[in-house]
Design a protein around this ligand. Structure first.
Ligand SMILES: [Fe+2]
Length: 455
């Protein structure tokens, strides 16, 4: 490329970032192609599925936010045998002067019986404070820590990680290890966790190994859970006629705090962000519980308190990969106008095992009798990011539709994770890392201007 062209392109990009307008450049389809073949899951005896030593030692420790404001944390873990659901905690390591108790559950799935799954909520925590906590007893006790978020407010900076469709392969491990070296403070997880259902009879032992794999992060910072299709586990042929059984037993969400009637859709505030988690695989048509809840929920958001409005779901509404193409279309038709009217800043989804970011576009004019069914630039619309590229056993979704649609800004068939750095009420910096040759490399980056305060 000639120097003059490079300078011109750079100038246009800078101008576009400054104005946050739609820059009329073609979308980018990255030439970097992660190897196409799927990698198998790590073996059951992998050291990355390490079982902690000691009698009935707690394992699969994970955190999530426990209330609406970020002043509570749900601590969850599994013990092979019955044990008290007790967390001791305090403000210095080894000095646990607080105690919280919770509940214990277990479930059976086909010929599998889970361990004892504990959920304990720590409440009324101080903001922006490191807490140390202990699970288990005597020689089997285990110690961890976490940092609470700053108070909810319009100028509280905060850094989120974004991971989806992780699974438990060596590629999954690479994504997780890269994330552990990132500045992420909380993970926005966009669904499809263990991929246990890719095994004959849905081998739930793979839920246990996944829980032990992600403990290195999830025991130390909250992961905000979204349910994906691999969480449904509806298998009537083997007598499993309920849905989301393993996920709902293992992964708590604070859904009561946002007035939701289902743990599969809920909201939280965290620092300067308002995060709405939706369920692509729960009823969402007009008058259903999710539809009614979301309508009320969007009306509750006060952007002067939480400037950043972020929505998580599993199935993307805009995606130009050939895999899962159009699967989110009914959800888009139902809710896109709501997201545009609410000026949602960004929508993260997974499901497609590749990476893609859109321009701000909408397609809300279509009404079945007109012909206005093409996405058009819209400054009120969210940026849609598909990030189902954690690295699971099913491999990469390596075939994009051609030509690249105008709405698609960047797409690449690689595994990776993203970081969203909220700087203040007007600006956030977003960047996506690919797992390139085992090393993290920035593949895409983007300055977001807040839709309420800066658009
Ligand atoms: Fe999926």
């Amino acid at each position: 490329m000639k120097a003059s062209v490079i300078i011109c392109t750079f100038a246009v990009l800078i101008l576009g970032i400054a104005l946050d307008v739609k820059v009329c450049i073609a979308g980018i389809t990255s030439k970097y192609i992660r190897r196409i073949e799927a990698s198998g899951d790590m073996p059951l005896d992998s050291p990355h599925f390490y079982v902690p030593p000691g009698y009935n030692a707690p394992q699969q420790v994970h955190l999530t936010q426990g209330d609406h404001e970020g002043q509570a944390v749900i601590v969850s873990w599994v013990t092979p045998l019955p044990a008290p659901s007790i967390v001791t905690y305090g403000l210095s390591k080894g000095h646990y002067d607080h105690i919280a108790t919770g509940s214990c559950t277990y479930y059976e799935y086909y010929n599998y019986t889970s361990g004892y799954i504990h959920h304990v909520t720590l409440e009324k925590l101080k903001s922006d404070t490191t807490y140390y906590y202990q699970l288990g007893f005597e020689a089997s006790a285990r110690n961890f820590s976490f940092i609470t978020p700053p108070e909810v407010g319009p100028d509280s900076p905060y850094t989120f990680g974004v991971i989806g469709d992780l699974g438990q392969t060596y590629d999954s491990l690479s994504t997780l290890q890269h994330y552990l070296n990132s500045p992420g403070q909380t993970v926005l997880y966009v669904g499809d966790l263990s991929y246990a259902d890719d095994y004959p009879f849905d081998n739930n032992i793979r839920w246990d190994t996944w829980g032990r794999l992600v403990e290195s992060s999830a025991a130390y910072q909250p992961w905000i859970w979204t349910a994906g299709n691999h969480e449904i586990e509806f298998s009537p042929a083997i007598g499993e006629k309920s849905t989301f059984k393993s996920f709902l037993h293992r992964y708590s969400t604070p859904y009561h705090a946002s007035g939701s009637t289902s743990p599969l859709f809920y909201s939280i505030k965290r620092a300067s962000a308002y995060i709405i988690v939706l369920s692509s695989y729960s009823a969402f048509a007009k008058y259903t519980p999710q539809w009614v809840w979301l309508q009320a929920e969007l009306a509750k958001v006060d952007r002067t308190v939480t400037p950043w409005l972020i929505v998580l779901m599993h199935c993307p509404l805009y995606n130009s990969n050939t895999y899962h193409y159009m699967e989110g279309e009914t959800f888009r038709v139902e809710f896109e106008s709501w997201f545009v009217n609410a000026k949602v800043d960004i929508i993260f989804a997974g499901h497609v095992h590749a990476y893609e970011r859109t321009h701000r576009i909408s397609n809300v004019m279509y009404n079945i009798i007109n012909k206005d069914c093409t996405p058009v630039p819209d400054d009120s619309a969210p940026v849609y990011i598909t990030i189902g590229d954690g690295g699971n056993i099913e491999g990469i979704a390596g075939v994009f539709t051609e030509p690249q649609p105008e709405y698609s800004a960047y797409r690449e068939a690689s595994f990776g994770h993203a970081i969203l750095e909220i700087k203040n009420r007007t600006h956030a910096y977003y960047y996506w890392h690919r797992n390139q040759d085992g090393k993290p490399a920035v593949g895409d980056s983007y300055w977001l201007l807040n839709r309420f305060h800066a658009a």
